[in-house]
Design a protein around this ligand. Structure first.
Ligand code: OXT
Ligand code: ADP
Ligand code: MG
Length: 588
């Protein structure tokens, strides 16, 4: 079977010509891309078949959004653009949310969509699935290109890869009019037209002046803190990050998807003292983390007295500096290069580990963890989030190689603080947008890209956005265990219709829904559990067997909070409070 660019050569030997289909496949393979996340249809059905025939892994999904989320997560995990392939207009649009989400999260992904007859689209003459996709895609990605000629495939794929991974990574759109795929050219010329991208994401080293400036700020620090973000997780310089953190002796706070870059059990981890360290720190090193809504924009009472902080920010994107607050020492570069330069500077001129401060952070974190641990042991009936998550925490402790995927509101926020992550890039969640529906795509990509066991902990609403992909999980026999936290609704399952009518509350679902039977319908294992013991047994069986499994975990419908930890972001209104007595409960 042909591999890499030799596909063209071998096809050429037999036929002396090649075509757009094969040039595209060979261009991807030549650049080390071996997997396509796909939904077939006109005009790309055969492209998927040929890719599979040429030795690529083609994972066909039930909906393009999930294929797109998978591609973006593949990009996050591998630093190589994940490829999502869709049909024209509606399929393309289904993939667009994922493309925008990849760009927002700074993950490399390429959305390749077939498109209709150019001349007809441009004259708006009503072609099959007519749409000016290139124009539509532009606002949602870093770069968008259209391929009109087969001879341009090599260079277009090279540009797309470089755009996706260089500098701040993001989404790229590649428009492939169906007619282009069938274009033929002489095989040897085709082979020569392919481009292997050299050094697609060059290291960016900070200047010595910038390092000296940062060292000056760190030397003055009394209560320093390192915030580690998913840009640091993405960078994969895990050893350098650990060396830097341990050399400084500073406490660190992992953002959600940076949990595990250093284990949550590391003695310098301050996650369980979050409020205290944000408020009381005086110098904060931001490492691949933006100062956005997830950190209250670096302002307000969460951050203590105005003007009480100095920021050192490590980021690959210079424009990120001063986006929300003043950055005293910008370090523009990749995390690995910046960490290495700081380590070198500290070898020459060490910073003093802030022992008293670290002891205080430790004491606060210990106290919070103690408070939490008693709640995790409870045997309440119906089961609550804490009891269920206590079981899952233990499951991950026992099998730290398992990748945790997590979405929902309460399901997300509580799992984040309860379930420790022990290894880098072993937690994938809703990311910067807080988007529901990433779960099954992320779980599939994690299993496909790493071969590891995946545990997807899903709110019942979150799962509903992508649940049909359990068929994909079964079809490809992936080691994915989905646990649906079934509280009969969005945030809570005990909502009422405020108008008193027969329709259910806007946030309520069918009670006691049998999500487990969805998995059974496709040949996987289903379990309906109501107690922590039953959950423990079902999870252990799933993780030990690696079989596609869905555990439908009944959670107290009254246990959740409106919007989990971010209820404060809901707009409130005095009019609503006057009109509806119930509004007090949800609007605070
Ligand atoms: O220090 P303090 O005292 O403050 O305490 C903190 C930590 O120190 C402590 N902690 C610990 N204690 C003990 N031990 C340990 N180990 C420990 N670790 C930490 O715990 C507290 C809290 O810590 P945390 O979590 O780190 O900090 P905090 O304050 O929460 O951090 C703030 C944030 C903002 C960084 C954090 O909350 C965060 O990352 N939040 C992300 C929130 C998010 O993105 N949510 C998802 C979106 S919500 C909403 O939009 C939803 N929708 C609408 C919708 C969406 N999103 N998308 C689409 C496409 N359509 C619609 C929907 C439909 S959610 C949703 C469905 C919800 O229903 P489900 O059924 O799916 O889920 P359920 O709610 O379960 O029913
Ligand atoms: P989190 O949500 O975990 O706080 P964000 O997604 O907000 O993280 O921030 C990630 C940041 O990391 C972005 O500003 C992005 O430019 C940056 N980044 C991405 N890759 C790298 C890298 N290799 N080196 C340094 N910074 C990076
Ligand atoms: Mg729910």
């Amino acid at each position: 079977m042909a591999t890499g660019a030799t596909g063209v050569a071998e096809a050429g030997a037999a036929l002396e010509i090649t075509d757009g289909f094969h040039l595209l496949i060979d261009a991807l393979k030549l650049n080390g891309i071996g997997t396509i996340y796909n939904v077939p249809g006109i005009p790309i059905t055969d492209l998927g078949r040929y890719a599979q025939a040429q030795g690529m892994r083609v994972i066909s999904f039930r909906h393009e959004q999930n294929a797109g989320f998978a591609a973006s997560v593949a990009g996050f995990l591998t630093k190589t653009p994940g490829i999502c392939m869709t049909v024209s207009a509606p399929g393309f649009m289904n993939g667009l949310t994922a493309l925008a989400n990849a760009t927002t999260n700074c993950w490399p992904m390429i959305l390749i969509s077939g498109s209709s007859e150019r001349e007809i689209v441009d004259l708006a003459q009503g072609d099959y699935e007519e749409m000016d996709q290139l124009a539509m895609a532009r606002p949602f990605c870093k770069a968008a290109y259209r391929l009109n000629h087969a001879e341009d495939i090599g260079i277009a794929v090279a540009r797309a890869i470089r755009s996706a991974v260089s500098g701040r990574p993001g989404g790229v759109y590649l428009d492939i009019p169906g007619a282009m795929l069938g274009q033929t050219m002489e095989a040897e010329a085709g082979r020569r037209s392919l481009v292997k991208v050299i050094d697609p994401a060059p290291k960016m080293r900070p200047s010595p002046e910038a390092i000296a400036r940062a060292m000056g700020v760190l030397k003055e620090a009394k209560r320093p803190l390192i915030v580690i973000g998913k840009g640091a997780a993405y960078d994969q310089s895990d050893d350098l990050i650990r060396q830097l953190v341990e050399k400084t002796g500073y406490p660190f706070l992992p953002m959600s998807m940076a949990k595990g870059v250093l284990p949550d059990t590391h003695p310098q981890c301050g996650a369980a003292a979050r409020s205290m360290i944000l408020q009381e720190s005086d110098v904060v090193i931001m490492m691949g983390a933006r100062i956005n809504w997830l950190l209250s924009h670096g302002k307000g009472k969460q951050w203590g007295e105005p003007g009480s902080k100095k920021f050192v920010q490590i980021d690959i994107d210079a424009e990120e500096m001063d986006s929300n607050v003043e950055i005293a020492a910008p370090l523009v570069g990749d995390v690995g290069s910046c960490a290495a330069a700081l380590i070198e500077a500290m070898d020459a001129d060490p910073v003093a580990p802030p022992k008293d401060w670290l002891d205080r952070v430790h004491a606060k974190a210990e106290a919070n963890m103690q408070k939490m641990s008693s709640r995790l042991q409870n045997n309440n009936h119906p089961m609550d989030y804490h009891a269920a998550l206590g079981v899952l925490k233990q499951a991950i402790n026992d099998r730290p190689d398992t990748i945790l995927v997590n979405e929902g509101a309460n399901t997300l926020d509580l799992a984040r603080s309860i379930v420790n992550i022990h290894k880098p890039r072993h937690r994938i969640d809703v990311g910067t947008w807080g988007v529901m529906g990433i779960g099954m795509g992320a779980a599939i990509a994690a299993a496909v890209e790493t071969g590891k066991q995946v545990l997807a902990v899903e709110g019942d609403s979150a799962f509903g956005f992508c649940g049909m992909e359990v068929e994909t999980i079964c079809r490809y026999k992936l080691p994915v265990c989905v646990v649906v936290f079934n509280n009969d609704g969005i945030y809570r399952g005990d909502g009422e219709n405020w108008g008193g009518g027969d329709d259910p509350a806007t946030t309520a679902f069918v009670k006691n829904a049998r999500y487990d039977m969805m998995m059974e319908a496709f040949g996987g294992v289903g379990a309906w559990v109501k107690t922590p013991d039953e959950l423990r047994q079902a999870v252990e069986a799933a993780l030990a067997s690696g079989k596609p499994t869905l555990i439908n975990a009944a959670i107290d419908p009254a246990a959740g909070k409106e919007s989990g930890n971010i209820g404060n972001l809901n707009p409130s209104s005095v009019v609503a409070q006057a009109l509806y007595p119930q509004a007090k409960k949800t609007q605070g």
